[in-house]
Design a protein around this ligand. Structure first.
Ligand SMILES: NC(=O)c1ccc[n+]([C@@H]2O[C@H](COP(=O)([O-])OP(=O)(O)OC[C@H]3O[C@@H](n4cnc5c(N)ncnc54)[C@H](O)[C@@H]3O)[C@@H](O)[C@H]2O)c1
Length: 397
């Protein structure tokens, strides 16, 4: 099979991880890298002298014989860069979140469909071994019915100028939650505060409410002294604690639950409703998620498959983010989430009832399905300084 020619645009914090991985894959050739910043470009060129480097994205699209383009630039640029690449007939991989709005996401998906091209979004954690293991455990029914999920993704920085912390960090947790539950929320509410940059919330709590009274609470912060990447999945039979920062035992399964006793007369009897059992740590084979994600993109192109993290999945997530932004503006009021709707209604709280118009969805739908695994490992500002372009393992924020 012919090797696919790949170009990467964006050589900032995250791009170098994609560059390193695509360069290492056997069935594609990293032909060109692109960044407006000449210093960044030169740094990467020094690392990979055989790869062409350009500051001109148009040149990269038109003159380099590319089959696919990988976009690792700021969120507001995802749509124009992806649109140009799709128009030029290239398969596209876009970093998370897919775009800055549902309207942009719809246009990108419609274009990919019309042109018969793969559009994939970088929801990296769905390619991580611990997340895949958790999904396996949940799907086997080992923890019973999921009651709620609590996720915390906290660190100091990296402050973004044009998106708040929900748009920056929560995509990872939203994608994991929706993957594990295999469902979309009914309502979304989000509260937060901008402590440092006016208008850009740096600490937020997002609540996704699913059917059967299931909830997911996602805390995101750029204003915490410790790096925390933790998720607790509470089932009716057992509970899972996933700590992505832990070097070895990332998943712990607790044989713990609370059962309402059929009847009780005394407080002492009521205590029997609590069950404390063993804790065990399942084996998880460590592999770099980003490598699996990059390979998956190439496989989907070669075998005409829909990515696990397709453009449509990317749009679903952007829809959640938009609903979160609406809720934030309304002081945390719940926003109804209807994936098919052209209009979302803010659920009335007290005498608040607002209709929010969103553009009509484009016709048709995203892509197919496939497989993958693995994620990187988060980190804070320190890593950014040290790791630019030279990181050994990808560090998902
Ligand atoms: N999957 C993950 O775990 C993960 C982790 C971190 C960041 N990201 C995502 O990666 C993307 C990039 O984030 P970052 O932190 O690397 O940003 P960054 O600001 O560090 O880097 C972006 C780079 O893009 C370049 N750029 C911008 N517009 C350009 C254009 N038109 N042509 C050429 N170059 C251009 C900039 O000069 C900059 O060097 C974001 O979407 C972010 O959400 C994903």
């Amino acid at each position: 099979m012919k090797k696919l020619n790949v170009g990467v645009v964006g050589c900032g914090y995250w791009g170098p991880n994609l560059i390193r991985n695509f360069r290492a894959l056997g069935d594609c050739k990293l032909k060109v890298i692109c960044d407006l910043d000449e210093k960044r470009l030169q740094h990467l060129k020094n690392l990979y002298p055989e790869v062409e480097a350009t500051t001109n994205y148009k040149h990269m699209l038109e003159n380099c014989g590319l089959d696919a383009v990988v976009i690792a630039t700021a969120v507001r640029t995802h749509h124009p860069l992806a649109k140009a690449a799709l128009m030029a007939g290239k398969h596209v991989f876009v970093e998370k979140p897919l775009a800055a709005s549902v309207a942009e996401s719809q246009e990108m998906n419609a274009l990919a469909r019309e042109k018969g091209l793969v559009l994939m979004v970088g929801h990296t954690f769905l390619y991580s071994a611990p997340v895949r293991k958790i999904k396996e455990i949940v799907d086997r029914g080992d923890i019973g019915e999921i009651r709620y999920i609590n996720a915390r993704r906290l660190n100091l920085g990296l402050y973004q100028k044009d998106i708040n912390v929900t748009w920056d960090l929560a995509p990872h947790d939203i994608s994991i939650v929706q993957y594990i539950l295999d469902d979309l929320p009914l309502t979304v509410n989000c509260q937060g505060t901008a402590h440092v940059t006016p208008g850009i919330e740096d600490v937020t709590t997002l609540c996704l409410n699913f059917k059967k009274e299931r909830t997911a609470i996602i805390q995101s912060s750029w204003l915490d002294p410790r790096k925390v990447r933790e998720m607790t999945i509470v089932g009716s039979k057992r509970m899972i604690v996933y700590d992505d920062v832990a070097p070895l035992e990332k998943i712990r399964i607790y044989d713990a639950r609370v059962e309402t006793p059929p009847r009780y007369d005394t407080f002492a009897e009521f205590q029997y409703a609590y069950h404390y059992g063993d804790m065990y740590v399942p084996y998880v084979k460590q592999e770099e998620p980003l490598k699996i994600e990059c390979q998956h993109f190439i496989d989907c192109i070669n075998h005409n498959r829909t990515p696990l993290t397709s453009g449509e999945k990317g749009m679903e997530l952007v829809r959640v983010l938009e609903a979160a932004s609406t809720s934030l503006k309304r002081g945390g009021a719940p926003v109804e989430f209807n994936p098919q709707a052209t209009t979302r209604t803010v659920v009335p709280t007290a005498n608040l009832a607002i209709q929010i118009k969103t553009p009509a969805p484009a016709n048709g739908n995203g892509n197919g399905h496939a497989n993958g695994n693995g994620n990187g490992n988060g980190n804070g500002a320190g890593h950014r300084k040290n790791g630019r372009g030279t990181a050994i393992r990808a560090a998902a924020r």
